[in-house]
Design a binder for this molecule. Structure first.
Ligand SMILES: [Zn+2]
Length: 104
Protein backbone atom coordinates (compact mmCIF):
# COMPACT_ATOMS: atom_id res chain seq x y z
CA UNK A 1 0.00 0.00 0.00
CA UNK A 2 2.99 2.28 0.02
CA UNK A 3 4.07 2.07 -3.61
CA UNK A 4 3.62 5.76 -4.21
CA UNK A 5 6.68 7.98 -4.30
CA UNK A 6 6.52 11.01 -2.13
CA UNK A 7 6.33 13.91 -4.62
CA UNK A 8 7.72 16.33 -2.05
CA UNK A 9 10.89 14.28 -1.72
CA UNK A 10 11.66 14.74 -5.42
CA UNK A 11 12.15 18.44 -4.91
CA UNK A 12 15.05 17.98 -2.56
CA UNK A 13 18.65 17.38 -3.62
CA UNK A 14 17.70 16.92 -7.23
CA UNK A 15 20.90 16.91 -9.30
CA UNK A 16 18.87 17.48 -12.44
CA UNK A 17 17.36 20.70 -11.15
CA UNK A 18 17.90 24.10 -12.71
CA UNK A 19 21.50 25.32 -12.52
CA UNK A 20 22.40 28.25 -10.35
CA UNK A 21 25.19 30.74 -10.27
CA UNK A 22 27.61 30.07 -7.46
CA UNK A 23 29.10 32.74 -5.23
CA UNK A 24 32.05 33.36 -7.53
CA UNK A 25 29.74 33.74 -10.51
CA UNK A 26 27.64 36.19 -8.55
CA UNK A 27 30.65 38.33 -7.73
CA UNK A 28 31.72 38.34 -11.35
CA UNK A 29 28.24 39.35 -12.42
CA UNK A 30 28.06 42.10 -9.83
CA UNK A 31 31.40 43.57 -10.89
CA UNK A 32 30.46 43.46 -14.55
CA UNK A 33 27.10 45.03 -13.82
CA UNK A 34 28.64 47.86 -11.83
CA UNK A 35 31.13 48.48 -14.62
CA UNK A 36 28.55 48.48 -17.40
CA UNK A 37 24.93 47.53 -16.65
CA UNK A 38 24.20 47.11 -20.35
CA UNK A 39 27.01 44.64 -20.93
CA UNK A 40 27.10 41.84 -18.36
CA UNK A 41 28.68 38.63 -19.64
CA UNK A 42 27.60 35.29 -18.24
CA UNK A 43 30.51 33.57 -16.42
CA UNK A 44 29.52 30.37 -18.18
CA UNK A 45 28.31 31.51 -21.60
CA UNK A 46 30.10 34.77 -22.31
CA UNK A 47 28.65 38.12 -23.38
CA UNK A 48 25.29 38.79 -24.94
CA UNK A 49 23.19 36.29 -23.01
CA UNK A 50 22.35 38.10 -19.79
CA UNK A 51 19.19 40.11 -19.46
CA UNK A 52 18.26 42.40 -16.59
CA UNK A 53 14.89 40.98 -15.59
CA UNK A 54 13.86 43.25 -12.76
CA UNK A 55 14.88 45.64 -10.06
CA UNK A 56 13.55 44.72 -6.64
CA UNK A 57 13.38 46.66 -3.42
CA UNK A 58 16.23 45.34 -1.27
CA UNK A 59 14.64 45.91 2.18
CA UNK A 60 11.50 44.09 1.03
CA UNK A 61 13.61 41.21 -0.28
CA UNK A 62 14.95 40.69 3.23
CA UNK A 63 11.38 40.10 4.33
CA UNK A 64 10.74 37.66 1.53
CA UNK A 65 8.71 40.03 -0.60
CA UNK A 66 9.56 40.92 -4.17
CA UNK A 67 8.63 44.54 -4.79
CA UNK A 68 9.62 46.07 -8.13
CA UNK A 69 11.49 49.33 -7.75
CA UNK A 70 13.74 51.74 -9.57
CA UNK A 71 17.49 51.11 -9.82
CA UNK A 72 18.15 53.75 -7.22
CA UNK A 73 19.20 53.50 -3.61
CA UNK A 74 18.77 50.08 -2.01
CA UNK A 75 17.85 47.67 -4.74
CA UNK A 76 18.43 44.15 -5.92
CA UNK A 77 18.93 43.52 -9.60
CA UNK A 78 17.74 40.23 -11.05
CA UNK A 79 19.79 38.90 -13.95
CA UNK A 80 18.91 35.97 -16.17
CA UNK A 81 21.06 34.13 -18.70
CA UNK A 82 19.04 33.03 -21.70
CA UNK A 83 21.58 30.41 -22.71
CA UNK A 84 22.22 28.40 -19.55
CA UNK A 85 19.02 29.40 -17.76
CA UNK A 86 20.80 30.60 -14.62
CA UNK A 87 19.35 33.50 -12.69
CA UNK A 88 21.01 35.73 -10.12
CA UNK A 89 19.71 38.30 -7.68
CA UNK A 90 22.42 40.83 -6.90
CA UNK A 91 22.08 43.16 -3.95
CA UNK A 92 23.70 46.33 -5.18
CA UNK A 93 22.65 48.57 -2.36
CA UNK A 94 24.69 51.69 -2.30
CA UNK A 95 27.04 51.85 0.63
CA UNK A 96 28.87 55.11 0.34
CA UNK A 97 31.70 55.70 2.73
CA UNK A 98 33.02 52.16 2.56
CA UNK A 99 35.60 50.77 0.22
CA UNK A 100 39.27 50.16 0.19
CA UNK A 101 40.51 53.65 0.50
CA UNK A 102 44.13 53.68 1.50
CA UNK A 103 44.48 56.17 4.30
CA UNK A 104 48.23 55.81 4.33
ZN1 LIG B 1 24.86 31.50 -19.02
Amino acid sequence: MSDFKDPAAADRDDPGGPPEFNLQDGLSLALSYLEDPSNVPCPHCGPGTIEVVAFLDAPSMEHGTAVPTNPDGDYTVVLYCHRCGRAAALDLSRDEGTGDRDAA
